[in-house]
Design a protein around this ligand. Structure first.
Ligand SMILES: Nc1ncnc2c1ncn2[C@@H]1O[C@H](COP(=O)(O)OP(=O)(O)O)[C@@H](O)[C@H]1O
Ligand SMILES: [Mg+2]
Length: 194
């Protein structure tokens, strides 16, 4: 279906191959895992796009490519019409602020030594311009409320929460910088949707 909304995120011929190697001293490439092999889409402002497929078909790899956690083997990623595939430095930081990821596994993606307040507020340390220091605590409490967690839980650690609650913490963190795009990798797999 043709979209009338202005495209905010586009993929064109996105490819990711992981090299398959043999040998320890003389590493030889003997092939490639074609994790992603030609993905095209256009996501309009305000739209939701879902990618469906069996395990191992490349959904998580696409998510990582879009968030610049992996570099594509070929193809292009465009943000608001601009090619951001090779973005680096200040530009990459700006792109990362605007394209946030919610990870599939809330057990390995939250630092167990950080309090929930520090986890959800960490994006403000990296992007201090997003919220003045004096406002961050209140913002974090608001975010916890938005995702259905008690804002008084600020000083608790991830292990004190259920799997579903942890996934909500990851969602709150992804919302902290008010990104233009949220890439969610099966974010409800541990969520108590009720
Ligand atoms: N870092 C990696 N190195 C080698 N192969 C990988 C790597 N990451 C993913 N793969 C392979 O790429 C394919 C797609 O994986 P993935 O994107 O995680 O699938 P999905 O999220 O759809 O289950 C799988 O065959 C997986 O084994
Ligand atoms: Mg996956």
């Amino acid at each position: 279906m043709a979209s009338t909304a202005e495209p905010v995120l586009e993929a064109r011929g996105l490819v990711k191959h992981y090299p398959l190697t043999r040998g320890i001293v003389l590493r030889k490439q003997i092939g490639a895992v074609k994790a992603v092999d030609g993905v095209d889409f256009s996501l309009g402002r305000g739209e939701t796009l879902g990618i469906v497929g069996e395990s191992g078909c490349g959904k998580s790899t696409v998510a990582k490519l879009l968030c610049h956690l992996e570099r594509p083997t070929a193809g292009e990623i465009r943000f608001r019409g601009e090619d951001i595939t090779g973005a680096s430095g200040r530009r990459l930081k700006e792109v990362r602020r605007n394209i946030q990821m919610v990870f599939q596994d809330p057990y390995t993606s939250l630092n167990p030594r950080m309090t929930v307040g520090d986890i959800v507020g960490e994006p403000y340390e990296i992007h201090p311009e997003a919220a003045p220091k004096g406002e961050r605590r209140r913002r974090v409490q608001e975010l916890l409320e938005v995702v259905g967690l008690n804002p008084e839980f600020l000083n608790r650690y991830p292990h004190q929460f259920s799997g579903g609650q942890r996934q909500r913490i990851g969602i709150a963190r992804a919302l902290a910088l008010r990104p233009e795009v949220i890439v969610a990798d099966e974010p409800v797999s541990a969520l108590d949707v009720s």
